[in-house]
Write a protein that binds this ligand. Sequence first.
Ligand code: ATP
Length: 390
Amino acid sequence: MAETQLDDVRKVFTEDDGNEIVAVNDVSIDIEDGEFLVLVGPSGCGKSTTLRMIAGLESITDGEIRLDDRVINDLPAKERNIAMVFQSYALYPHMTVRENMAFGLEESTDLSDDEIATRVEETAEMMGIDPLLDRKPEELSGGQQQRVALGRAIVREPAVFLMDEPLSNLDAKLRAQMRTELQQLQEQLETTTVYVTHDQTEAMTMGDRIAILNDGELQQVGTPLECYHEPANAFVADFIGEPAMNFFDVTHRNADGDGAVLAGETLEYAVSNDIATAIGDRNELVLGVRPEDIDIQHSDGNPRRADGHTVPATVTVVEPTGDENIVYLDLGEDGSETAIVTIDGMSRIEAGDRVVAHIPEDAIHVFDGKTNETLHNRRVESSEPRAPNI
Ligand code: ATP
């Protein structure tokens, strides 16, 4: 177990033609002792490079990495007491599972053969792979190989686990199962873990906290729900959540009485004073709302609520997933803007239906259209009860 700190860590790769690539740009994160931190972001954002610098597999251009207050920038990988699990599993094909698990201990500790054998067997039992100990990797399924790769890391009892997309070669069902198992294992072992993925679902469900990277820059570090409900900027708001948040480009004008109106191509959205104050005199804005926060009702027989928060819409596509319907809407009369809404799977709705979409004010986010920074986040506590959908 160990506290791991990244302090203004920077990595610049220089290509053969002298071109410099800033893969990681002044990233600072304090990873607490025993914490499960997920590093997430799109392809090429610098996740693996960050992990490899912590492991000692990549040099650091600038900044400091500390393990329990000791600077480890120049410490060789094998002296860091860190175990890494890769997407490819990287098992030695000519060795049995037992030999694969014992190998690291033989190399990096002075434990006796008996002690190593006992540790390997205890860990294999804990991981449910003890019946596989005498098989070679080629005789194992993908899920079993993955378990062995984890077992090989666990048996070393390292201070920190680093995992680089360890579940991405598994099918969806096994992946969901391993996600839960890994979390339980980590809680039981209480070993500080840094886990890299590009999959926001994995990040949301596994991490104590998640750190979101984009273009080598840290966007936000927070609990999954903080990042979901209180994103630091439009990038995080967009990246976290599936289907993604709806965004509308708007400008603002002061309302006759209190507050302001956010006007877009189809929206004329009234906001109260506190949101108007947060917006100030900025006029290039983005209004955001999550698909589950928009409620829709059939137009027929439902009077349009006159609170400045509704917009007529036409259903273009309905994707049933069982528990919910993902509904695609053309907004306004000309359908020049679209929105995605998720509603209960049992609701009766089909393409071509005319609806009224209601966007509750306590659920909206407002971002600065120039900088992408958040100006206002949705209310998290005591939101107003939602109207039932269709
Ligand atoms: P992915 O999810 O696709 O694995 P990532 O977030 O892990 O992506 P990195 O592999 O850390 O991203 O790469 C970050 C950036 O650094 C990318 O632009 C990549 O092309 C660049 N990069 C990584 N390794 C090298 C290298 N050895 N030489 C030059 N550029 C590199």
